[in-house]
Write a protein that binds this ligand. Structure first.
Ligand SMILES: Cc1ncc(C[n+]2csc(CCOP(=O)(O)OP(=O)(O)O)c2C)c(N)n1
Length: 647
């Protein structure tokens, strides 16, 4: 193996010699692993191969210390070229070649069909095309926040250029001066279905130039040209560069060259023999049997465990909003994030915390944080897909990262980005306001009534829906100081403070937020109303009215609807019936969560689900709630009727 540095004047003759030999070995590995798995993407792997070899042999990365601070980040965005990536990582000692080749696309270990962040040398799990550049932006920001500089190199496909998120990311990179990033487009002119020019004509170079990038074109199979372009790109302290590398799909095996058929098809036995002959090796040496046997044997993996980087933040002191101090949860969120940042600031006044906004700063209440920490606030414009990925990647770099948005954009618009961030072990905190019908006059386009239903599919996310500003305060402090992905869901309106029997703030003072715990706001034996989020105030008014009328009904609040603990479920199970109240689709929200958790505990009690059963019109939230049956009177009537039916 020969390694060089981008500081060297050129690639040495020795390096070039090694490159030519290594390319053949890697081609062999690519063909072997895809044929063994009988699937995979050999075509693009072969076209990107020279780029990968130059990158991993010249960038500041170390096989012995793959996750070292300050390393360069090689973020391969077209993750289907995994055979190419694995072959190069094996060549450079990051991973074991036989392990990668024999277990590729098997359930044995991590060498999946698309590259995985757990593999040393891989920075981001990709495969959902269009997200790599955004992830690289997050990583560069992470190093800047830690006072370091890293270079990020982002190889991408040319078909991939059709994704809009890439344009979002390149504008962001230019706006924030992320000159450390170099994109490298594998311009092989082909994608799955044929020629890129036919599938979707695109002026690739013009697009990058128009967004402010410096564009250069190279022969993507000439290591010296690739090296020199990378070197110049790295020297430019003003602008990020895009290197368009002209390549040949299937490069190196003549019958595969320029054939889109080999984008995603492995060679069959005859083709494999022909490829071997062409690569100049004895076909007998290419016996796949030993590798097949190893695949069947499933030996333990030698891949080390990916380290996790968690910042340490101080939660600060909780705030209690008084009973007559009507405010909205989003303001309480803005105050709490500001507080946590101030409480966690180091000697230089810079906390390891960052917040992203998509042109809704005033509405999502990030103003105070922005003003105090302007270099930790990222105004990303109406570019939610990029923002979600970029923030997700930054959250893996030892920076607590908040993505604040309206629910309909921060959840519904960006679901796949969040899912990929979770697969990447991100710790992103998604704070969404204007949830449900409480979006008010904006109407049905903005009514996010499916956040629980959508987000509960993401295995690593904790869903937190506070009942009022006091609980919001405590939930935000908890979420910001805990590991993992979190969603904090809030409405828009100013809310009544939820009070206990004595009229004091229920969620104020010494109240401790405990995930999984059902907060019993009123105890009763005739049945239990379980509310979630904004309509808790309406449910409380309804329950108090019914109690005055002699119905001993209780009220609970489920701030973590998807994960109620056993004691909470038992509390519900002992009731004659349960009524769920939510500003969410009745098909996929709290009602579902409660029903399935009760059923799972072996209990079937009658249940009434009060919630949203259709898109609702524009109007003040209070009117929209009345129309949807979420006002206190409607809740009271329906609970009363349900109780009467059961007597
Ligand atoms: C968002 C997204 N849409 C669709 C796909 C399915 N897909 C995988 S590879 C590919 C074509 C990619 O073409 P290109 O970037 O040119 O890569 P190459 O064919 O050169 O390997 C498509 C459509 C995907 N992985 N992600």
């Amino acid at each position: 193996m020969v390694r060089s540095s981008l500081d060297a004047p050129t690639l040495s003759a020795e390096h070039l010699q090694w490159h030519q030999e290594a390319v053949q070995r890697c081609r062999r590995a690519i063909i072997q692993m895809t044929s063994l798995a009988a699937s995979g993407h050999p075509g693009g792997s072969l076209s990107s191969l020279d780029l990968y070899l130059v990158l991993w042999s010249c960038a500041k990365v170390e096989a012995e210390n793959p996750w070292m601070d300050g390393r360069d980040r090689i973020v391969v965005s077209h993750g289907h070229t995994s055979p190419g990536v694995y072959s190069v990582l094996a060549e450079l000692g990051f991973i074991d070649n036989d392990e990668a080749v024999s277990s590729f696309r098997s359930t044995q270990n991590l060498f999946e069909g698309h590259i995985e962040r757990e593999i040393p040398g891989v920075e981001w799990t990709t495969g959902n095309l269009g997200q790599g550049l955004s992830a690289a932006c997050g990583m560069v920001l992470g190093d800047r926040i830690h006072g370091r500089r890293c270079n990020a190199f982002v190889p991408m496909g040319d078909g991939e250029q059709q994704k809009g998120q890439i344009a979002e990311a390149r504008r962001f990179a230019v706006k924030f001066g992320l000159h450390e990033i170099t994109a490298i487009v594998d311009r092989n002119q082909l994608q799955i279905g044929g020629e890129t020019a036919e599938i979707m004509p695109q002026e690739i170079a013009a697009g990058w130039e128009a967004d402010g990038w410096r564009v250069v074109e190279v022969d993507g199979h000439d290591p010296q040209q690739i090296f020199s372009a990378l070197q110049q790109a790295r020297k430019d302290e003003q602008r990020p560069w895009c290197i368009i590398a002209h390549t040949v799909m299937g490069k190196g095996i003549s019958f595969m060259e320029n054939k889109s058929d080999f984008h995603g098809r492995a060679l069959n036995t005859e083709e494999l023999a022909a490829a071997v002959t062409e690569l100049g090796e004895d076909a007998a040496l290419w016996d796949l049997q030993p590798l097949q046997q190893r695949r069947a044997r499933r030996p333990d993996s030698t891949v080390p465990t990916l380290p996790d980087r968690l910042p340490s933040l101080h939660p600060g002191e909780p705030i209690t909003y008084a009973v007559d101090q009507k405010t909205d949860c989003r303001s309480a969120f803005g105050q709490a994030i500001f507080d946590v940042a101030c409480a966690s600031a180091d000697g230089q006044g810079s906390p390891p915390i960052a917040a992203f906004d998509c042109d809704l700063e005033g509405s999502v209440k990030l103003g105070a944080f922005h003003k105090q920490y302007p270099d930790r606030f990222f105004q990303a414009g109406i570019q939610e897909h990029h923002t979600a990925t970029c923030a997700g990647a930054l959250s893996t770099c030892g920076v607590t990262t908040v993505f604040a948005d309206f629910g309909v954009f921060g959840v519904c618009e960006t679901y796949n980005q969040h899912r990929l961030s979770d697969i990447n072990h991100a710790h992103l905190k998604i704070a969404c306001t204007h949830l449900g019908l409480d979006v008010g006059e904006d109407g049905k386009t903005h009514q996010c009534i499916d956040y629980v239903g959508v987000l509960r599919n993401i295995f690593g996310i904790s869903i937190y829906i506070p009942a009022d500003p006091n609980q919001t305060d405590r939930i935000v402090r908890h979420a910001l100081t805990s590991a993992g992905m979190a969603f904090i869901g809030m409405g828009r309106s100013k809310l009544k403070t939820i009070t206990d029997d004595a009229g004091a703030p229920y969620f104020g003072g010494d109240y401790q937020f405990t995930p999984g715990h059902l907060d019993i706001i009123r105890s009763g034996t005739a049945g239990m109303v379980v509310a979630m989020g904004t309509p808790t105030a309406q449910a409380l008014e309804a329950v108090d009215a019914l109690r005055t009328e002699g119905l001993d009904i209780g009220l609970a609040h489920a701030a973590t609807p998807t994960d109620l603990d056993e004691a909470s479920i038992q509390q519900l199970a002992s009731q004659p019936f349960v009524v769920t109240v939510e500003d969410h689709s009745v098909r996929t929200g709290l009602g579902n969560c409660v029903a399935e958790q009760l059923f799972g505990a072996g209990t079937a009690i009658p249940q009434l689900r009060i919630g949203v059963d259709n898109y609702s019109p524009s109007g003040p939230s209070s009117e929209v709630y009345r129309l949807a049956g979420l006002d206190a009177d409607s809740i009271r009537e329906r609970v009363q009727a349900f109780a009467l039916e059961r007597q």
